[in-house]
Design a protein around this ligand. Structure first.
Ligand SMILES: [Zn+2]
Length: 238
């Protein structure tokens, strides 16, 4: 790369950082990569102020691209369901403690997820118990947060979207055309403020299905600090 330098422009409350490369070409081109980096290629001799103005003007498009890539979360580390393994619940870390017992169950004890299993060495049994526990808690918590959030939103009165909780590979949640909210079971590992962000994002889709600028205006009205919550969510390695 020749003459690449990193610049930042402020777009609303959002700083957009990008690299600029000057080379032989006719027009200014902007690319957003899946790693969320922004690259600008500009014709040689273009004043930097022109490049910055262009990036600023394309701000809504750039943020939409970044948002689109952020929808996809990295694959979680595979779990092995062994003693001492770290598991997350509502943003806190717990260690797995597997003990033998006649009445299989899972519960939180201090900083441990305690699993009582008939056969503690049989990974499939332990996994089944832990996953079942997560599923049940995910549903209960999501239902409650959906209710809390919905009641606090202006202009959403009378809406009562059905909630579906599933393990999803690539998304935190979605909202169907029929107005059904689908949330990823794994989201229960994140702090409540991040769960709320995904819920409010999906609730906004009840009004606007796309990721248009109008959608993000609605989202910002419903949750002014949504970007902070989203960044927090994306920074968590599950
Ligand atoms: Zn969305």
């Amino acid at each position: 790369m020749v003459n690449a330098n990193v610049e930042t422009v402020q777009f609303g409350s959002m700083p957009i950082q990008f690299s600029v490369e000057f080379r032989r070409r006719k027009h200014i081109g902007i690319t957003v990569k899946p790693d969320l980096s922004v690259h600008v290629a500009a014709p040689e001799g273009t004043p930097l102020s022109d490049v910055r103005a262009r990036v600023k003007r394309r701000g809504p498009w750039i943020l939409r691209q970044i948002d689109r890539f952020q929808q996809y979360r990295p694959a979680p580390t595979p779990r092995q369901y062994l003693n001492g393994e770290t598991h997350r619940y509502l943003g806190r870390q717990y260690r797995l403690k597997i003990v033998a017992g006649d009445e299989p169950r899972v519960r939180l004890v201090g900083r441990y997820v305690e699993v009582v299993a008939n056969q503690p060495k049989v990974v499939t049994e332990v996994r089944g118990l832990v996953e079942g526990w997560y599923r049940a808690h995910a549903r209960a918590i999501f239902e409650k947060r959906l209710e809390v959030r919905l009641s606090g939103l202006r202009g959403f009165a009378g809406l009562n979207p059905p909630l579906l909780v599933r393990r999803l590979k690539t998304r935190w949640g979605s909202c169907s055309k029929a107005g059904r909210v689908l949330l990823n079971t794994e989201l229960v590992q994140a702090p409540v403020e991040c769960i709320d962000y995904v819920i409010v994002h999906e609730l906004c889709h009840l009004k606007l299905p796309d990721h248009s600028p109008a959608f993000f205006r609605l989202l910002a009205r419903c949750m002014p600090d949504w970007r902070r919550r989203k960044e927090k969510l994306e920074s968590i390695r599950l």
